[in-house]
Design a protein around this ligand. Structure first.
Ligand code: DC
Length: 217
């Protein structure tokens, strides 16, 4: 069975999707980590982001493994390195590049072959797995998402202001939704879950209930 979870940044998608996969015994695909990994390596190699084609070549040459909860690139554990603010703001160069997306979409489909998966991103229910049996669109208000993101960053030792986080989030939301290729969009057959005011346990319980109701059909 394929369960897709799409939605904007900071809706609690990542932890909910991971916990859901664990509870169901499914494989977990954090597809945002793949675009982050491409951006990380590009920055390390001093890539000029105005050049689209070399970024595709760079992405093609990378062995990205989603060994949840670790993310590996060419055998190196980059799980923490891909979550900094610097990488978060550069990731759109990878995510907006149609050639990079094509490669990542192909790899995501390969990773899901013959497996039960929970896959999390922006385009999983619309572009990557349009035939998925269970599609969820997980969202929350902009303020709630920004304050959750701030908490996450603080736990990692970064201390930006709430205004900065909100501003960066608004830019990302806009970029994610106007992207020509694989934009953030609720699939017509996705179930929307709004997580404002819900604890992580409540979100997990709700998602599990949605999936189990689909399993019975
Ligand atoms: O979910 P995240 O914050 O790790 O995603 C990082 C970036 O990658 C974000 O700007 C959206 C983009 N992304 C995407 O375009 N398609 C996906 N399937 C997953 C993430």
């Amino acid at each position: 069975m394929i369960v897709t979870i799409d939605g904007p940044a900071g809706a609690g998608k990542s932890s909910a999707a991971k916990a859901l996969a664990r509870r169901l015994g499914f494989k977990f695909l954090d597809t945002g980590a793949m675009y982050r990994a491409v951006a990380l390596v590009a920055i390390r190699r001093g890539h000029d982001f105005s050049q689209a084609q070399p970024l595709i070549e760079l992405a093609r040459g990378l062995n990205i493994e989603l060994a949840s909860p670790r993310v590996m690139v060419d055998g190196e554990d980059v799980s923490d390195a891909i979550r900094t603010l610097e990488i978060t703001s550069a990731t759109h160069y990878a995510a907006d590049n149609p050639g990079v997306r094509e490669l990542m979409v192909e790899r995501q489909r390969q990773m899901a072959l013959g497996a039960d998966v929970v896959t999390e991103g922006r385009d999983q229910g619309t572009v990557v797995f349009p035939e998925a049996e269970c599609k969820i669109f997980l969202t929350a208000s902009a303020e709630e998402r920004a304050s959750r993101r701030l908490g996450e960053l603080r736990r990692r030792g970064e201390h930006p202001s709430l205004e900065d986080v909100l501003e960066q989030q608004n830019q990302r939301d806009l970029r994610d939704s106007v992207r020509k290729c694989g934009p953030l969009k609720k699939a017509a057959d996705a179930i929307e879950v709004v997580t404002d005011g819900m604890t992580p346990d409540e979100v997990l319980a709700r998602l599990e209930a949605v999936v189990r109701s689909k399993m019975r059909h």
